[in-house]
Design a protein around this ligand. Structure first.
Ligand SMILES: Nc1nc2c(c(=O)[nH]1)N[C@H]1C(S)=C(S)[C@@H](COP(=O)(O)O)O[C@H]1N2
Ligand SMILES: [Mo]
Length: 162
């Protein structure tokens, strides 16, 4: 191989992994199976649609993966296991711009919560607008969208218990 070709391939590989690192989401902390989810992995998971009002009170249809599906895949203590000391675990979601938001596990668990909090990748059938994606948490039924964290990079489960 010529030097130029090797340089080209190396650059292509580095670029591809940089893009994947940007769009992928890691699930870590108090999980039995840490995950590095690519956009393709997320695309294969259960997809749901919710309707929620944005900051201006305008309703939109958002679709994506229920956060509990992702946590279940990572082996987080949900469902029948969400009891005792596990009741003091929380999920911290981090974004590329340093913004971080917190959820308790019961508000994400389908056996507790009647609303479904999702990791959205579409609004009204279209990919999320530039700067608000590629993945954004959407919390239906909340009066302000401050927890609708965009550019999601990681989800970390931890114990708050002292
Ligand atoms: N990554 C990230 N997500 C974020 C924020 C932020 O600063 N960074 N701001 C939040 C706040 S405080 C609000 S009110 C909404 C605003 O969303 P909008 O710009 O789509 O109306 O996004 C939330 N998601
Ligand atoms: Mo806000």
């Amino acid at each position: 191989m010529t030097h130029k070709l090797i340089t080209f391939i190396t650059t292509a590989v580095l670029f591809t992994s940089a893009v994947q690192a940007q769009t992928g989401i890691s699930v870590e902390g108090e999980v039995s199976r840490p995950l590095k989810l690519t956009a393709a992995d997320i695309g294969r998971m259960k997809n749901v649609e919710v309707t929620a009002a944005d900051r201006d009170g305008k309703e939109h249809r958002y679709s994506g993966v229920p956060v509990y599906e992702i946590l279940q895949q990572a082996g987080v203590t949900l469902g029948a296991q969400l009891r005792g000391e596990n009741m003091s675990k929380y999920l911290l979601v981090k974004s590329g711009d340093g913004y971080e938001v917190l959820f308790s596990l019961p508000e994400l668990d389908s056996t507790f919560a009647s609303r479904v909090i999702i990791l959205a990748d579409k609004m009204d059938g279209q990919p999320l607008p530039a700067g608000k994606g590629p993945f954004r948490i959407v919390v239906p039924g909340e009066k302000k969208p401050a927890r609708w964290i965009w550019e999601v990079r990681s989800m970390t489960v931890r114990f708050a218990k002292e």
